[in-house]
Design a protein around this ligand. Structure first.
Ligand SMILES: [Zn+2]
Length: 495
């Protein structure tokens, strides 16, 4: 989509809709304070003085003047304005105009605490996410999108706005890639399809690609990954992409994402309710792929490797059986007590692959790993688990800056006992708690941690509650959210 900056008076704006932000009144201010000098209009003043409480986030009102259609769109309280609310505000303005307008103009709020770069970035991300609606892809008669252009009206066209918009569009392109892949059904979004997309992105962005098929992964000793893959007829792949942005350092960030393109649970078959949503079990891998694309496009001056183990988890004739013992790539043996706890199995090998073969010095894995994280944190927080408090805090702070909530859970050594195996070194189901499933997300993290060598800084992000959302929002259709991409990009921009 075309997103451009403009400085012009209201009378010269030719867009189908002109959108004004209105702040919700607070103790010392009225919503009339929102009116920008550049767009002082009697009709707006009149409406706001008749509706003194107007301005809650997403509250909207259409007003007609002789030449224009004006939308007043609430932005919530000014004291609470942050990156996320501005992003969502721009998204709501865009989404409500998709089928009704060819071009809209957005007046930006003035005198706010965000920098002009951040404002540009938030607005571009919001608009691009709202524009792309993956739910239309398979519809024969979807209402066509008319909107092609968003004009951003500012008082002074500072350079920072332009930089922010450009950066925001690149980030949004990555987020929309995650959403597109996530919302594709599993009969189309197979491991092979995913690999083909990786190949395109690698070529376009000059990222170094390494692919192991199942045979090669087996030969290498990735018994945990291959154990999951063997139940499916679809070919599976262990994929790595490298970005080299700084040859003067050996520092290298490893990003590892769970890529189960469909999770039936394996022989420990899942119940039928909502099993269709298990097409989203690859969103960790998709987020890693998107982050690698963005890192290349923004020219990050750091070294990265993105590892994506991609497979289905199926109960085929060759499927692994509960009780099987596999040898992980890290060297430890693991008892597979439940075939539905497959994410940690593919990840323990993928993390070791990043560390042993690509010499990653820091590790972040992302996974739609456990339902237990939703029990603990609901749908709003990603869970973080780590072995290095500073590194974990850096990631949480990066998320907070761009409006992605992350909460750290404990990883004390008492929990190690819960993943000790009876016959193998470790087991993929925690045990020993006073009720079944006790500390289910932590034991998942503990299993993956068992594959990390030399105490390298490592963080596991459990995105099972945040990676997709079946409730449509004013700023985004339902489906995959693209969570964690913004957080990782923010973190990597500062390293
Ligand atoms: Zn599973």
């Amino acid at each position: 989509m075309k997103i451009q900056l403009a400085t012009k008076p209201l009378s010269e704006i030719k867009s189908d809709f002109v959108v004004f932000p209105v702040f919700e009144p607070e103790e010392s201010t009225s919503n009339l304070n929102s009116i920008l000098p550049i767009g002082k209009l009697e009709i707006i003043k009149q409406f706001l003085s008749d509706n003194p409480k107007f301005g809650k986030l997403f509250e909207s009102q259409l007003l007609y003047t002789k030449d224009q259609k004006i939308i007043l769109l609430g932005l919530g309280k000014k004291s609470k304005l942050d990156f996320k609310s501005l992003q969502h505000w721009a998204g709501a303005a865009t989404k409500s105009s998709l089928t009704k307008a060819k071009q809209i103009s957005l007046f930006l709020p003035q005198d706010i605490t965000l920098s002009v770069e951040e404002i540009g970035q938030a607005v571009a991300i919001g608009a691009e996410i709202a524009l792309f609606d993956p739910s239309k892809t398979y519809k024969s008669e979807a209402e066509p999108t008319k909107l092609v252009s968003v004009e951003i009206i500012v008082e002074r066209a500072e350079r920072g706005y332009q930089d922010g918009l450009k950066r925001g569009q690149i980030i949004a392109e990555g987020i929309n890639l995650v959403r597109r892949l996530g919302d594709m059904p599993a009969n189309d979004m197979t491991p092979t399809y995913f690999l083909n997309i990786v190949k395109e992105i690698a070529k376009e962005n000059k990222l170094k690609l390494t692919v192991l098929d199942e045979k090669q992964a087996k030969k290498k000793g990735m018994g945990a990954f291959c154990g999951v893959a063997q139940g499916s007829d679809e070919p599976s792949y262990m994929i790595a992409l490298e970005h080299s942005g700084n040859i003067r350092t050996k520092d290298k960030m490893g990003l590892i994402g769970k890529g189960i393109t469909f999770d039936t649970g394996g022989l420990n078959l899942k119940p039928g309710n909502h099993m269709n949503e298990m097409q989203y079990d690859m969103l960790g891998a998709a987020a890693v792929l998107a982050t690698m694309q963005i890192a290349a496009k923004l020219g990050f001056k750091s070294n990265l490797v993105g590892v994506m183990p991609v497979t289905e988890n199926m109960p085929g004739a060759h499927a692994q059986k509960p009780g099987d013992i596999v040898k992980t790539y890290s060297g430890k043996t693991a008892e597979v007590l439940n075939t539905d706890a497959e994410g940690r199995l593919v990840l323990i090998d993928a993390v070791a692959f990043a560390q042993q073969d690509f010499k990653a010095t820091k590790l972040i894995d992302l996974a739609t790993l456990t339902g237990a994280i939703i029990v603990a944190l609901g749908d709003f927080y990603t869970g973080a688990f780590g072995n290095n408090p500073k590194f974990t805090q850096d990631i949480i702070a990066s998320g907070a800056k761009v409006g992605e909530k992350i909460w750290e859970l404990p990883m004390d050594e008492e929990f190690d006992e819960m993943v000790k195996g009876d016959f193998g070194d470790i087991t993929n189901i925690g045990h020993g708690g006073s009720m079944p499933g006790a500390a289910g997300s932590i034991t998942g993290a503990k299993f993956i941690e068992a594959g990390v060598k030399d105490n390298a800084p490592w963080v596991h992000l459990d995105i099972a509650g945040t990676a997709w959302d079946m409730k449509p929002k004013p700023y985004r259709g339902k489906g995959a959210t693209g969570v964690s991409v913004k957080t990782l990009v923010e973190l990597l921009s500062n390293t």
